[in-house]
Design a protein around this ligand. Structure first.
Ligand SMILES: *Cc1c(COP(=O)(O)O)cnc(C)c1O
Length: 233
């Protein structure tokens, strides 16, 4: 399958999923996950098909791509694990949205760097570990209150919502309970803390149809959109 066919399929799937729950398909943002994808693929997706938002997992790789594609008017998102010692570099890299915040000290650092350097407010999402697997990234649901409490005086960051990555599933339907939980958690936190968390970043190639039915505003699509990834060396 070529890029145009994959894109056509994805937008068709988005349309069907959105219509099923009476959502407007245009309110769902497609984030092209470009980790381990060559520059040519990113360029093709952008120039031929108008895809503007790309997500990367590894800071080093992201910075190289951002530099190489400077002036192309792309928006970069960070969706990978964040090493504490890379928080400063991350804050200064100009990501439109960081989806994978799960450590308050990292968020504090980013906020501090933004303020010190006079950078634009950094938009972030908090990654939630709904399956509570100990090796998995993400704040546990029961820790969200104390996490949010500590974000209240951070002036350099804008908290825009929640992100999750369910365990791998065989059928997209199996991921549904996780997406339902994330939305419920968001609704509860909004009420309790009287704040707005409009973005729900959930759904990947394997389950984005179900994520949309459950309220995703951003779906993160790697292989279904850009094709197989090159192996990491
Ligand atoms: C790699 C990755 C994706 C995309 O995965 P695909 O299965 O290729 O769609 C989405 N979200 C995160 C956090 C990822 O690391």
């Amino acid at each position: 399958m070529c890029l145009s066919e994959r894109i056509e399929r994805i937008y068709e799937t988005i349309k069907i999923a959105a219509q099923k729950v009476k959502r407007d398909p245009s309110e769902i943002k497609v984030l092209a996950v470009s980790k381990l994808q060559p520059l040519e693929t990113i360029k093709e997706a952008n120039q031929q098909f108008g895809i503007k938002d790309f997500g990367e997992n590894y800071l080093q790789e992201a910075l190289l791509k951002m530099e190489a594609l400077q002036g192309e008017n792309l928006s970069w998102h960070f969706i990978g694990r964040i090493q504490k010692k890379k928080a400063r570099a991350l804050a200064k890299s100009g990501f439109k949205l960081i989806h994978s915040i799960d450590d308050i000290t990292v968020l504090q650092k980013i906020s501090q760097v933004v303020e010190e350097e006079g950078l634009p407010l950094q938009s972030v999402l908090v990654q939630v570990n709904l399956s509570e697997e100990p090796t998995k990234a993400g704040v546990l649901p029961r820790e969200m209150d104390s996490f949010l409490e500590k974000t209240r005086d951070l002036k350099g960051v804008q908290l825009e919502g929640l992100m999750t990555l369910p365990p791998p599933v065989e059928f997209s339907e199996q991921a549904r309970p996780f997406f339902q939980q994330l939305k419920q958690l968001r609704d509860d936190l909004e009420k309790k803390w009287a704040l707005r968390l409009p973005q729900l970043s959930m759904g990947t190639s394997q389950d984005f149809d179900v994520a949309i039915e459950e309220g995703a505003t951003i779906v993160r699509l790697g292989q279904a959109l850009l094709g197989p990834r090159v192996k990491k060396k």
